[in-house]
Design a protein around this ligand. Structure first.
Ligand code: PMT
Length: 400
């Protein structure tokens, strides 16, 4: 029996050309046994008629917030109470903005605000609208509040251009909607994750650092939390907001990150090392700002502890997932690290290239474990994080 059998799903449709695909989505959800009610925005009705959805769902389509007839029957509060989950597909930039700011000036946004059920949005819009900072900020704010974001896909768009912003493929959407009802993959597990760079002080104002933004690690922390884990995020210096319901411990140096990591291990099932830890620190941190009097300056560097290797070497080691940031020979170096650090899994990424890896919204991962491998092709770090957490959960369960 499908996870969707008997589930009450409120399908929200906002005004974009992809609205025609919602009819197919509705049918595919019904195939899985879900009961569907539809709420459309006024703009959505310009793209496809409510009659289509009324015929398919077998129920009147709700459109108006201030409709006395429907408010006395299935009004916004009733709809919010009825729904086991709300899925907005397509979700336009305008609808995402309303949700992010808590507006309730039409029926769909009012129902979302009145509901405590899981909310998922499947964005669809022109690729330039999608890439605007305003849209991305709204998405981040929704994500931090626990809203599920499915897609978008990239490819040819109705506007004639090519890029990211297509509504996620219907089959993939149905699979993602199922996850709203499946038992969380990491239910009750305790997970520690390191993220961001470390700063190794040279003097009171200078440090040795690197280009890690923390985005990959924060996305993983959020995905693990949404998969039911209790997450402790040990973060080097970043400018990112804390993910929703994640315990965050801020550190600066590798030694502080090591200590904070070890402190969590008495009660830790899974350890993920995404941090770009400085391999070396200066032997002697200058007490005062170093003056530029000499023509050259020699700093003596000493090796930092390898946090991940120390965690994995413990007799009571948690399940370990490391990262390998490589500029060449990705597979060879990653397999070496997997073996030498005695890890359960390693996710390798190519760094030093434009718009992937360090300080980018995107990444591509090659994931290795003893005797196996899976590629996770280039994607937004939040989507990759969900895929990686799913893979990790499968392997964790196999080893228990
Ligand atoms: O933060 P972003 O801008 O989103 O970029 C993401 C990322 C590129 C930093 C991330 O995806 C990544 O690759 N992180 C690992 C970076 C790294 O230091 O890789 P490494 O190959 O040098 O280290 C191997 C593993 O050992 C890593 O899991 C690392 O966290 C860990 N390590 C390394 C050195 C050390 N002293 N302690 C460690 O724990």
């Amino acid at each position: 029996m499908s996870e969707l059998s008997g589930k009450k799903i409120l399908l929200g449709i906002s005004g974009g050309i992809a609205a025609y695909k919602s009819a197919e989505l509705l049918r595919r959800l019904q195939d899985q046994g879900a009961e569907i009610r539809v709420v459309m925005t006024a703009a959505a009705c310009e793209f496809i008629t409510p009659l289509t959805f009324q015929a398919l769902s077998g129920h009147p389509v709700a459109i108006d917030l201030l409709d006395t007839e429907s408010e006395s029957a299935m009004g916004h509060i009733e709809l919010a109470r009825w729904a086991d989950a709300i899925v907005i597909a397509p979700a336009t930039a305008n609808t995402l903005g309303k949700l992010a700011y808590g507006l309730a000036d039409d029926l769909l946004s009012a129902v979302c605000l009145a509901s405590t059920s899981p909310l998922a949005v499947a964005p669809a819009m022109n690729h330039v609208m999608w890439s605007q900072q305003a849209t991305q900020d709204n998405l981040n704010s929704l994500r931090q509040r626990g809203v599920h974001i499915f897609g978008p896909d990239s490819g040819h768009q109705a506007c004639g251009e090519t890029g990211e912003g297509r509504l996620m493929d219907t089959g993939a959407l149905v699979e993602n909607i199922k996850t709203l009802f499946s038992p969380p993959l990491l239910d009750g597990l305790k997970l520690t994750i390191t993220a961001g760079p470390t700063y190794e002080a040279i003097d009171p104002v200078r440090f040795i650092g690197n280009r890690s933004s923390g985005k990959m690690g924060y996305a993983l922390a959020q995905a693990a939390q949404q998969a039911g884990a209790q997450v402790t995020l040990i973060s080097g210096p970043t400018s990112l907001p804390s993910p929703h319901q994640v315990k965050r411990i801020d550190v600066e140096s590798a030694e502080q990150m090591l200590q904070a990591s070890l402190d969590t291990l008495d009660d830790c099932d899974i350890f993920i090392a995404t941090a770009a830890v400085a391999d070396y620190r200066v032997r002697q941190i200058a007490e005062q700002k170093i003056k530029k009097s000499a023509d050259s300056l020699n700093l003596e560097l000493v090796k930092n502890p390898d946090i991940l290797a120390q965690v994995a070497a413990r007799a009571d080691s948690p399940f370990t997932l490391g990262f390998a940031a490589e500029t060449e020979k990705l597979e060879e170096h990653a397999l070496n690290k997997l073996q030498h650090k005695q890890l359960n899994m390693i996710a390798a990424n190519q760094v030093g290239q434009a718009d992937s890896g360090f300080n980018s919204e995107y990444n591509a991962l090659q994931v290795y474990w003893p005797g196996g491998h899976q590629a996770l092709p280039r994607n937004n770090k939040h989507i990759l994080a969900r895929q990686l957490i799913q893979l990790l959960a499968e392997h964790y369960k196999k080893e228990q």
